[in-house]
Design a protein around this ligand. Structure first.
Ligand SMILES: Cc1ncc(COP(=O)(O)O)c(C=O)c1O
Length: 456
């Protein structure tokens, strides 16, 4: 039984962090040398800016990834709970996807014409999410951006509503948060916005029904874009009745409801839409559906389809801001078909979800037995611990308990013991290839990190 709730000693944390940084450097000389070389041709030595955020003095360079593991260039084997932040949720290199992609590579990667795979995928998405029509993109970001454009076009309205501390990819309208005075302000770190997001966007807290009522009452909002549970600020689950209320208010005010299932697909094969009987006007999903091959999609109702069709001419169909040369290309459709039909099946979720339950149980037991004021949250095959004793109601509560230093330490500690967590928060994702031994290894490492951190 824990005697007291432990509080964090920042000096101890700093010392431990220094030790772990030295351990990392000693164990990863080849990654270190590659990083040195990378700084000569890549900005900050990384191929994309956010990769500087990995805990540790430099990122690991990967030699090879398979299933739920990868090997770094220094020859260490890792359990991968990051899984490309959902891009590799199907596991690294699932065989059916590889077979389909290899076949398609030899039959034409992209040719601006449809293949039969597109129909098979459309039919599978219909079956999973209940929406009749689908379009394809390269990324989930694009699917969200195009959906917002189309939503504005068919409603003739200009505004978008998002949740505070949401993330929907690099979508301009979504980089808005509530300031301390409740007004909409640009999100900290926002790079080069074309216009102040307060001009395009209204922001409401998750689980706040009256705020949503107020945001929609003047009839200026085209689209409410939501994740049915927040996943990017950490997991924030909907309170009973919240999602039903969102649907009722959007319907009453003639506002389109866009459900972004890119991460919440972890809830099951049809995401939270199928699980909770949500009835979005537009549904977006990307990342995992291609098994790692770039792919995104948006689906919509008959009503939305009719309204789009009525406002689209064949002559202008390629220049309206919705498109992309490789959108819907053959290789990605082959990958999506194989990944959805043969890998991310109902049966796969039946294995993945109990693994996430096991992960969460292990972490919760450590937290409880050590008396640490944290908790663990779970959504289907995704679980995460948060530095606060009780589950948050909304993004602000969650963000207020973020702790960058502490998070970096825990990630580096895990990495030094061959476990990879998602870099932006304390999230672990299960793939069909993850095992109970992988999960138990995390529990063990997490327990020893907590013990060292709190001097237990
Ligand atoms: C909910 C959600 N939607 C969309 C995206 C964008 O995905 P991508 O960066 O692959 O376009 C993300 C990325 O994290 C996401 O979390």
């Amino acid at each position: 039984m824990p005697a007291t709730l432990h509080s964090l000693d920042r000096d101890r944390l700093a010392l431990l962090m220094e030790r772990e940084s030295r351990t990392f450097t000693a164990a990863h000389p080849r990654s270190g040398a590659l990083h040195e070389r990378a700084t000569l041709s890549l900005l900050a030595g990384v191929p994309m800016n956010w990769m500087v955020k990995w805990a540790g003095p430099y990122p690991l360079f990967v030699d090879e990834a398979r299933g739920a593991h990868f090997t770094c260039v220094d020859g260490h084997d890792y359990v991968d709970f990051c899984l490309g932040d959902t891009g590799a949720m199907a596991g690294h290199g699932p065989t059916p996807t590889i077979v389909a992609v290899e076949r398609q590579l030899r039959r034409g990667i992209t040719h601006m014409l449809p293949t039969e795979d597109a129909i098979a995928v459309g039919e599978e998405l219909q079956r999973r999410f209940g929406l009749p029509y689908w379009q394809f993109t390269i990324t989930a970001t694009d699917a969200n951006r195009f959906s917002l454009r189309l939503g504005r076009m068919i409603t003739g309205r200009s505004k978008v509503v998002v949740h505070n501390h949401c993330y929907h990819g690099s979508v301009d309208e979504a980089f808005a948060v509530l300031g301390t005075d409740g007004r909409v302000v640009p999100r900290k770190g926002l790079v080069g916005p074309a216009v102040d997001p307060s001009l395009t966007t209204r922001v409401v807290e998750f689980n706040d029904i009256p705020a949503l009522e107020r945001a929609l009452e003047d009839g200026d909002v085209a689209v409410v874009m939501i994740e049915p549970a927040l996943t990017n600020v950490g997991i924030v689950l909907p309170e009973p009745g919240y999602l039903e209320a969102v649907r009722a208010i959007t319907r009453r005010t003639g506002t389109l409801l866009l459900v972004d299932e890119t991460h919440t697909i972890c809830a099951g094969p049809g995401g939270m839409t199928a699980l909770h009987g949500l009835e979005p006007d537009i549904l977006v999903i990307g990342k995992t559906i291609g098994g790692g091959i770039p792919a995104g999609t948006y689906g919509f109702t008959q009503d939305v389809a009719d309204r789009i069709t009525a406002m689209t001419t064949i002559e202008e169909s390629d220049v309206g801001g919705v498109g992309g040369t490789l959108a819907g290309y053959a290789l990605s459709l082959a990958a999506i078909r194989a990944t959805l039909v043969e890998v991310m099946t109902g049966e796969a979720f039946e294995r993945m979800i109990p693994l996430a339950e096991r992960w969460a149980r292990g972490v919760a037991a450590v937290i409880a037995s050590r008396g640490v004021p944290w908790h663990v949250a779970r959504l289907g095959a995704r679980a995460e611990y948060h530095f606060m004793p009780d589950p948050p109601r909304n993004g602000s509560e969650q963000a207020a308990h973020g702790d960058f230093e502490l998070e970096r330490f825990l990630h580096l500690y895990a990495m030094n013991r061959r476990i990879l967590m998602t870099p932006f928060h304390n999230m672990a994702l299960m793939s069909p290839a993850t095992t109970e031994a992988d999960v138990d290894r995390h529990t063990e490492v997490f327990a020893s990190a907590v013990d060292e951190l709190f001097g237990i």
